[in-house]
Design a protein around this ligand. Sequence first.
Ligand code: MOS
Length: 731
Amino acid sequence: MKFDTPAGNNPIDRQSVVGRPHTRIEGPLKTTGRAAYTYELHSVAPDYAYGYVLGAAIAQGRIASINLADAKAAPGVLAIVTHENGGPQGPGSFYQARFLGGPEVDHYHQAIAVVVAETFEQARAAAGLIRVDYTRAAGSYDLAAVRGAAVPAADVEDSVIGDFDAAFGSAPVTLDEVYTTPDQTHSMMEPHATIARWEGDRLTLWSASQKVTMGAKEVATRMQMPQDHIRLVSEYVGGAFGGKGAISADAVLAAMAARVAKRPVKLTLQRPLITNNTTHRPATIQRIRIGATRDGHITALGHDNWSGNIPKARAERATISTKSLYAGANRLLRDRVSRLHLPEGSSMRAPGETTGMATLEIAMDEMAEKLGMDPVAFRLANDAKTDPDHPGRPFSSRKFAECLRLGAERFGWDKRNPKAGVTREGNHLIGMGVASAIRGNHVSASGARIRLEPNGAIIVEADMTDMGVGSYTIVGQTTAEMLGVPLERVQVRLGDTNYPSTPGGGGQQGACSVTGGVYAAGMRMREMVAAKLGLDPATADFANGRVQASDRVFDLAEAAKTGPIVAEDRLEYGDLSKRFSQHVFGAHFAEVAVDIYTGEVTVRRMLAVCAAGRIINPVTARSQVIGAMTMAIGAALMEQLAVDKRFGFFVNHDMAGYEVPVHADVPHQEVIFLDGLDPIASPLKAKGVGELGICGAAAGIANALYHATGARVRSYPITIDRYFDRLPRPT
Ligand code: MOS
């Protein structure tokens, strides 16, 4: 089915299941320990051995010698894989770093050996007996030092519109500041893990992945084998946040190890290895320039962003939100990237948007102050009516101003003293901050298969994954709505390349893409059922488990009484995403309290107002948004990988050294979804919302912290040392 004209009235509009709050249907399996993550699977390949990864102890250079003798002789050891017997390694597709190093070492903790043994403990003990001598080489590890040698990022175009220099030069009010964001690591609870099993030249992988089709492709190019010889299964994923965007090193290492050991192999990346072995969000340096008229209209908008990476890897595209958010006729937005020899940087938690909005929205706060304007009013004054990046192109829908206005009203913004650093409650300085939110709405072609069994059972299959986000539930809801049955009647099967392919989870496109595929398969099923029952598919009504046309009524199951009906289809998209700019919008508000003696900050309240078309499930959508808001607390106040600039690695590579918010850090959080449909975005008239909650939210906290203290901090995370000596004196 092709989606190339805006959606008209369709079966989803009944909203008897879609659009209603349903808790996650796999919840009981999670809370009773029956939803098995990859490493907890025991029976899929019962004779598996254990793999243990040895990571390189240098960032750049060569293995001068590696002595495996003691390890090979250790109890239980079955095989040791190195670059010498691992087999050919082709290029990556989504990720670029080589998964098995040697003799050259490309980055710290790159795998250089996998020990396979009967037990995990034996494999680990033997790995400790491998002796490696290295010849270190020099590398570049300091973004600030290599920024001058940056080149344009390959995967994003500069936005050069009007004459920025002239407009900025003549603007009566200007801002020109530099902001920084640090390297960050995903910190998902479930470590990367894989079980690999070969049957002849066919490979089955059970591996934690956000995108199984993409994951199989990654394995195929790297192992130089046909993609259709690979089955990838990822039934439950314990968080990913962009870090399992395809498959990671564990999948290829386990496959190599299983081939060498001639046994299925189960392997996980041990926690301290994950940070430097896998990908991270790259640090950025961003210069933002804004020129405006005295009454607060932006005339010039400049955003220069520098990040570093390995060759061919994805740049941290911090300017992408700046492109479409605010009006302003003269624009200069550029992403630049330098060669660094740190581990590969890649997607993490709304890549680009999070980092760019974290800085742009501080700059907007600073600019409002220079203009003597309220920060909400300044943003409203620069609401873009059409897409500034494509002059004249309309938005599919844009309820940005409504989000700001409603948020201000609900948050009590009118009680905020416009002056910073003066609101006190006892020993605490109190501040309120606002930030805008925008995130691209991307949908991709997606398939689904629905089976109606003779006993009336309904089974839906798609290779979409569920990282804990609610995919199972919304796929079930969409199927139920399409066929007019209650949610309980639908069995949902996901996360297996044997099912129709989807883009998987990521880029907040999973929910809308996969439900679009289910819509297409659902329409096909309705036609097949109507034909079986001799009804006109155009007028047949599917409701309450029955199918009705004029005066004839059947049980839905009647249609399958002579054999199951299988309906498969795929939703493909036309050019609506080129004719209309598609984004979701929001507004973030935060209130903080800062201890005037210690400088400690507590986030007291957060509010997000989101406009994202139809909300398919208000419970799971809200969970996504508050999770993202929680990540914004981390981004604003805590999260930072410390780079060792001499030896080239991330020092705090475990969950003791890398701080993320815990329950005690999470304040009262409220999410409001604005009513409204977006018929241009998808047949469900819905848009992705999962990552909107982090876009801008860190700046909302940063602005609240400034409002509380009067001390502006332009480097994340905003730790106490960055503002303590500027706190107002306790009096
Ligand atoms: Mo998310 S970083 O787009 O998986």
